[in-house]
Structure formats: C-alpha cells, structure tokens
Design a protein around this ligand. Structure first.
Ligand SMILES: NC(=O)c1ccc[n+]([C@@H]2O[C@H](COP(=O)([O-])OP(=O)(O)OC[C@H]3O[C@@H](n4cnc5c(N)ncnc54)[C@H](O)[C@@H]3O)[C@@H](O)[C@H]2O)c1
Length: 324
C-alpha cells in the first residue's frame, strides 16, 4: 500500500509511522505535516530514509492532490489537527482552518481520485461529556461537543460522513479517548505534570482535579488503528450503504488528581506540589465510550496505566533534563 499520513510529526501520528514502518516495511509512506508548534520532525528520524517527508498544509488541496498523483497514494490517514482545547478557547480560527477546512480539502482530493480511501482520526470529545452515572457513549449517539476544539472535530467528521453518503468516498472514522506517552506536546496534562514535578514547581490542576478521563497508551491506539486498517469492511462500501465509525477506549477512567498523584509518586515528588487553578470554561466532566466494535476485531490494550506512565516519565525526564 502507498499511504499518505498527515500530521505525523505530532504525537500520535509519529508513533503510528514508526510502528507501521517496522510492521509493514514494504508499504510506501509519505508524511505531510505543517510543522506547527506541536510537531517535532526529529520523532521520525529513526525511519527518515524509509519515508518521504513533505512540509505543507492539508488545506492546500493542490499540494495534496499532487502528492496523491506523484506517489499513487491508496489511502490518506489524517492525524493532522489543532488538538489543544485551551488554545481553541483562546482562538478557534486555526481549529476551523485545519480541523474543518483541511478535512474538506482531503475530501475534495478523494472526490477527484475515485477509490482513494480516507481514514479520519477523531476523538471521543465529539460526544461531549457524561455524568458519573451515565453509560458510555456508543457510536450513533448524538454529537454534543463542548469546546471549540471538539466542535471543530465534530464538524470535520460530519463532512466525512456526508462525503461517504454523497460521493461514495470509502472512508472510516475512529474516535479515541485520551492518549498518553512520549512525543506529546509540552502543554498537555501529563507532560505538564512531569515537567513541573521535575523542576519542583507547582503542578496546576483545574478545579479540584475531579474530572475523569479514560487514558490509553499511545501505541495501543496505533495498534487499534492498524487492525481497523487491515479489516476490509472497516471502510464505507456503497453496497453496504453506511460508513464505519469505531470508538477506541482503554476502559481505564481516572480522576485527573489520581493521574497527578500517580506521576508524583513515581517521580518521588511531593503531592503538595498540586495546586488547584481556576477551572477551564465549559470543562467536560467525564468521558467514556463503548469500544466493543474494535474489541470484537480482537484488539485490547496491552500497556497498563502504571507501566505506560513509567515509559512516559522516562522519555520526558530525558527531554526536560537535556533542555535545562
Ligand atoms: N492526543 C490525544 O489524546 C487524542 C485523543 C483522541 C484523538 N486524538 C486525535 O488524534 C489526532 C492527532 O492528535 P495528536 O495528539 O497527535 O495531535 P498533535 O497536536 O500532537 O499533532 C498534530 C500534528 O498535525 C500537524 N498539523 C496541524 N495542522 C496541520 C495542517 N493544517 N496541515 C498539516 N499538518 C498539520 C502538526 O504540525 C502536528 O504535527 C488529532 O486528530 C486528534 O484530534 C488525539
């Protein structure tokens, strides 16, 4: 297969590419990334001789179309996104550009190249949040996003769903819970806790740290995506008449304060570093999704929460110690 993988100089996409090259070395991979603040091209250094890297924007339809032609691409896997909720609250415009206009640009390229598949990587945040007693969201439940980030991801998804129906584009969408692991941008919760703990600075937590997230180690997410990719009926088929959407979750819900305490304990830092700060506007309380469809394909997470935290700490300790 010839794959165009967008946003793969970022957190999840870089892990996906590193694993894919190892697993299926005969596939040809082109990476397209705009190299925003969240990217680090050096993540791909271990495979740089085995992939083609192009710096550019998914919203540049002409560029994407040329890449598809030049490299006879079979499938676009779209990890490219603006992904930080707080940034979307300050300024939604880059989110509209990449997560909506960028996705439509990929759809236009698919329209012009019949048979070209689109695997769109999305998030459980499109569903909105849940109360403690609620059952996990299922595929098919209404999308009720809370933040401009989640709304832009929901809009991008709806464009993909409409493109499956209207143009018969073979497409698939995955919605995953919170990922953790190496390569995540410094601003996100777990890198922020580790960095501050290493520097003995206050560890900021919104409100009382009681919001719950379901944490999945990043390579487990990548393995689920590989399985979906390898399952022919994952993609929309005009004869079946409906597109496919997969929830991916760890079923490992934790309060943010429990995550902070676990990290501080593993780092032998004092829990007194935890400092509660003013809550994020519109802050989602709890995420939980039903991932039985991908589990029925034979997937389940392999990396336990504490094991994953230890690997994550090891990587960031190296990064933050080198820097200082
Ligand atoms: N991180 C999570 O916990 C999580 C959970 C579920 C789903 N997701 C989804 O997975 C995908 C990847 O998330 P991530 O955490 O790796 O994000 P990230 O912010 O770490 O990386 C995003 C990458 O996309 C690139 N990019 C941004 N705008 C672009 C554009 N217009 N054209 C080309 N490249 C562009 C950036 O340079 C960066 O390399 C996103 O769609 C996100 O919504 C993330």
């Amino acid at each position: 297969m010839n794959l165009l993988i967008t946003g793969a100089a970022g957190f999840i996409g870089s892990h996906f590419v590193l694993r894919h090259v190892e697993k299926l070395p005969h596939d040809r991979i082109v990476v397209l990334d705009k190299l925003t603040y969240a990217a680090d091209r050096s993540f791909l250094d271990p495979v740089s001789s085995k992939i083609t890297f192009i710096e550019g924007d998914i919203a540049d339809q002409q560029l994407v179309s040329k890449i598809v032609d030049d490299h006879t691409i079979d499938i676009i896997i779209n990890f490219a996104a603006e992904s930080h909720v707080d940034n979307s609250i300050s300024d939604a415009s880059p989110f509209i550009h990449t997560n909506i206009v960028g996705v439509q640009s990929l759809i236009e390229v698919c329209k012009a190249h019949p048979g070209l598949k689109l695997f769109h990587i999305s998030t459980d945040e499109v569903y909105g949040d849940l109360d403690d007693a609620d059952s996990p969201y299922k595929v098919g439940d209404a999308l009720t996003p809370s933040s401009p980030y989640a709304a832009s991801k929901a809009a991008g998804e709806l464009l993909v769903i409409a493109a499956m129906r209207t143009y018969g584009i073979p497409a698939c969408i995955s919605r995953c819970t919170n990922n953790f692991g190496p390569h995540q941008a410094d601003e996100k919760l777990i890198p922020t806790i580790i960095r501050n703990a290493l520097q003995k600075n206050p560890v900021p937590l919104y409100a009382k740290g009681k919001n719950k997230r379901d944490w999945l180690y990043v390579t487990d997410h990548c393995d689920a995506l590989e399985l979906i990719l390898a399952t022919p009926w994952s993609f929309h088929d005009e004869k079946i008449g409906s597109g496919h959407i997969f929830n991916i979750s760890a079923d490992s819900e934790k309060e943010n304060i429990a995550v902070a305490e676990a990290l501080l304990d593993l780092l032998s830092a004092s829990r007194d570093l935890i400092t509660f700060v003013q809550d994020r506007p519109g802050h989602d309380w709890r995420y939980a999704i039903d991932s039985s469809a991908v589990r029925n394909l034979g997937w389940k997470p392999k990396v336990g929460f504490e094991e994953g935290l230890k690997m994550t700490i090891g990587w960031y300790r190296n990064k933050y110690t080198k820097r200082s």
